[in-house]
Write a protein that binds this ligand. Structure first.
Ligand code: SF4
Length: 460
């Protein structure tokens, strides 16, 4: 019986629009990233610097978390520590109740998706409005993000129009500007009525205790400054030690995500409103979330914590481009999702199949601004799956035989000779799903090593 993951993939592959829409977005952003890196110049050096910053930060996370907490509290903020999704949601609920807040505006935040915060808050009677345009559309459609940066990448304008028309109670024009204008009007009302704003954080600068939010729509800034309470929920690894480290990462973040030199808005939220300031919250809370992250420290997977959530690996991945983010099932899709989901867990699903959904072509590593060795991490997952005996016996035997053939030239030649004798229909049947969507090319009558030997002889 096909697994839940296989069923999701089947669905995605059968969705013609999705297979057209996702590549449109991913190819565009991937091309834009390449151009932006070329314009920046010395991209390899920038990326190496960024990698060192992330490595240093994660290695000394305890020190920088303590420093950030001290600086946030020195500015009148309050720091909370959440071990998991339930603790984070409980902390948010307690803050909102104590402040008498009911109406909440939110900016886009993957970490709040990770802990399913909206569902939890709505179950407690709070009214939550997403204010990023893509997230707002998904919220009214009852859908979930399919991409780290472009959450509604999988939706058509027609679908968006239908969803917003339903909210409006009238048929909206088939015009992108008109649809955006409608959403903006609704969101302004939500901003003005909100008691509290919830954001994630792209980074927290430890030496300043500053929460950094980058966005193209400016909604993050309004969520953080208009309501009287601001709550930032931060994955505990999203720190940078100093302002100058932030500068390096900001040089790469927007370029890697969308090819922009900078996102349109970069907001620094640092504490409560001071007497001489005209806006800002009366209460400022930062919730540092663990949710499985600390388990990765000191393991083979620590580098997964270096991720700055730019989405570049998703845009580069030939698998993601075909099936989109929903097929992965977890909140994080694409290569980084295939690494993170089995580690972080969640949603009661076993994510052990995800690391196999990769050709290991290396495109994700080439695209990653902080040089996370994603193919290696995927291989480490596969190794763990094999060692835990969670791989089908036929696959284990096939790999064992392949290993013997590769280690012994004579065995390899014999196997190649035998393979040429087998009828192709039999080989196709044996490879099952692999050949269902691909042609099985016939084996060359003359094997490569024979041609190689002949070429070397001819050169002498
Ligand atoms: S793994 Fe690298 S490329 Fe992928 S989202 Fe994270 S930082 Fe970006």
């Amino acid at each position: 019986m096909p697994s839940a993951f296989q069923r999701r993939v089947e669905r995605a592959l059968a969705d013609d629009f999705l297979r057209m829409a996702v590549p449109q977005g991913t190819f565009r952003d991937d091309d834009a990233r390449r151009r932006a890196w070329a314009e920046l110049g010395a991209a390899v050096r920038w990326r190496e610097r960024a990698r060192r910053i992330r490595e240093h930060t994660v290695r000394h996370l305890d020190r920088y978390l303590a420093l950030a907490a001290e600086r946030i509290e020195a500015q009148g903020g309050r720091v909370h520590w959440a071990a998991d999704a339930a603790e984070a949601a409980a902390a948010v609920t307690a803050i909102l109740r104590a402040a008498g807040a009911r109406r909440i505006v939110k900016s886009k935040s993957m970490v709040t998706e990770e802990i399913r915060l909206n569902e939890r808050l709505e179950a407690e009677g709070f009214e939550v409005v997403e204010t990023d345009l893509g997230e707002y559309i998904l919220q009214v459609a009852g859908d979930r993000p399919s991409h780290i940066i472009a959450p509604a990448m999988h939706m058509t304008r027609r679908q968006v129009r239908a969803e917003l028309s339903r909210v409006a109670g009238r048929e909206l024009p088939d015009d992108a500007a008109a649809l955006v204008a409608f959403a903006r009007e609704r969101l302004r009302e939500a901003f003005l009525a909100a008691d509290a704003g919830i954001t994630g954080a792209n980074f927290v600068v430890a030496e300043a205790g500053a929460v950094v939010l980058v966005s193209n729509e400016g909604n993050g800034r309004m969520v953080a400054s208009l309501p009287r309470v601001h709550i930032a929920i931060v994955g505990m690894e999203r720190l940078v030690p100093r302002w100058e480290d932030l500068g390096v990462l900001l040089e790469l973040l927007a370029r890697s995500a969308t090819g922009q030199k900078m996102s349109v808005y970069t907001t620094f939220a640092g504490g409560v409103r001071r007497p001489d300031e005209i806006d800002g919250p009366e209460e400022f809370h930062v919730i540092f979330l663990d949710n499985g992250r600390s388990r990765l420290l000191g393991t083979d997977f620590q580098e997964a914590l270096h991720c700055i959530r730019c989405g570049a690996c998703q845009n580069a991945c030939p698998v993601y481009r075909r099936i989109g983010g929903h097929a992965y099932g977890g909140v994080y899709g694409g290569p980084i999702g295939a690494v993170l989901m089995p580690l972080l867990g969640g949603d009661g699903e076993d994510w052990g199949e995800l690391p196999w959904a990769s050709s290991l072509c290396g495109a994700c590593h080439e695209a990653c601004p902080v040089l996370i060795p994603l193919p290696e991490l995927l291989l480490r997952h596969r190794r763990d799956e094999v060692e835990a005996g969670r791989v089908h016996a036929a696959q284990r035997w096939a790999m064992r035989l392949w290993g013997i053939a590769c280690a012994h030239p004579a065995a390899y030649r014999l196997a190649a000779r035998l393979a040429r004798l087998l009828p192709r229909s039999l080989v196709s049947a044996a490879l099952g799903a692999w050949t269902a969507g691909r042609d099985l090319l016939p084996l060359s009558a003359r094997p490569f090593h024979a041609r190689w030997a002949a070429m070397r002889t001819a050169r002498r």
